[in-house]
Design a protein around this ligand. Sequence first.
Ligand code: ZN
Length: 443
Amino acid sequence: MSILIKNATTVLTMDDTLSEITNIDIRIADGVITEIDYGLTGTEDTIDATGCVVTPGLVNTHHHLYQTLTRAVPGGQDALLFGWLQTLYPIWARFGPDEMFTSAQIGLAELALSGCTLTSDHLYLYPNGARLDDTIAAAHDIGMRFHPTRGAMSIGVSDGGLPPDALVENERAILEDCIRVIDAHHDARDGAMVRVGVAPCSPFSVSRDLMRDAALLARDKRVMLHTHLAENDEDIAYSLEKFGCRPGQYAEDLGWTGPDVWHAHCVKLDTQEIDLFAKSRTGVAHCPCSNCRLGSGIAPVRALRDAGVPVGLGVDGSASNDAGNLVAEARQAMLLQRVARGADAMSAREALFIATRGGAEVLGRPDCGQITLGKRADIAIWDVTGVESAGSWDPAALLLAGPTRVKHLLVEGRQIVRDGHVTTLDLPRVIERQNRLAQALMG
Ligand SMILES: [Zn+2]
């Protein structure tokens, strides 16, 4: 199957020289970008990109899709991280496979409409028969490139942990299920639509042994590792008190550094930890809206990038954002660095780089995240003829003045958003179903 994108006003390639090309055509065949040139012709399906900025599809490196069913829960609206979790745990304990599937459909559709073509997900609770497979089915249906991670919690309240005992699992069962989902779904090949990762929820919800065993298992299976780290001051205090060290040290001691590891948040990393991450090429998923929403602080993204740490963006779960709009998240990342470091701390183009190629690097996907020959055809097409861009002197500075909803979106060369609508789902029906499930949880 091939597609021709015609007359792109500007293409932000995110290639090695960050080249920007104007009035150009792009040919796609079998999921790959095969030609970028002027005046291409052919008989294939054509997308008219006149008046559009074309970028690589955005990459989301941290999410909890299931949380789209618990947005704006009153008891958690104004709480800090630990109090927020304690409000939501009992609600999540009532989820099952249907809630996981439908909430993932909603979260993925919302991401797609905001230009995202590749997302990871961190699912760390499995009540009432829910499985990672429920979310993989949702991603398959919508046609999104998907890196689900098999999360876990094993230290419940009765053992001094944060989550209720009903939401924690036996550690042996966790590792066995990690092996099951990797064997069933993980695809290591170029162009893979599904890659599975191993992801104990956080140092405060699993044991030291599980952290270490998870790292050994992931290396044995050649899959990636993911968790939450150094999210806020409470998180650092917990680490110092329980483990006698800072989170960076804890991660290093247990095998949780390296190019096959990425950590969410890292708001509170100190200089030494930033050096450790840079030397080991450990990735960071920066989640600015969630950090603002929970009052966690401003992650040192400028310092991380300057040190050479791979940084991607994450919308984080929709219970702590509460939106899942990735292009809006990129704008927030740009603004937040400016709050901390001044107006020249991060440009619109750099924030967009983090949101595209940066994320692809964090997720170990050199085959994605740029518009160059031979890369996967994951492409976002933004209409800059609308009211948001009117009067812009530089429409390619999308994050300063541009749309927050994509016009067209291609994943692996397949158009999953056309004229602002998801083509692969009956979205109004899914929204209706999601709202019915939310009502039932409230009751
Ligand atoms: Zn998270």
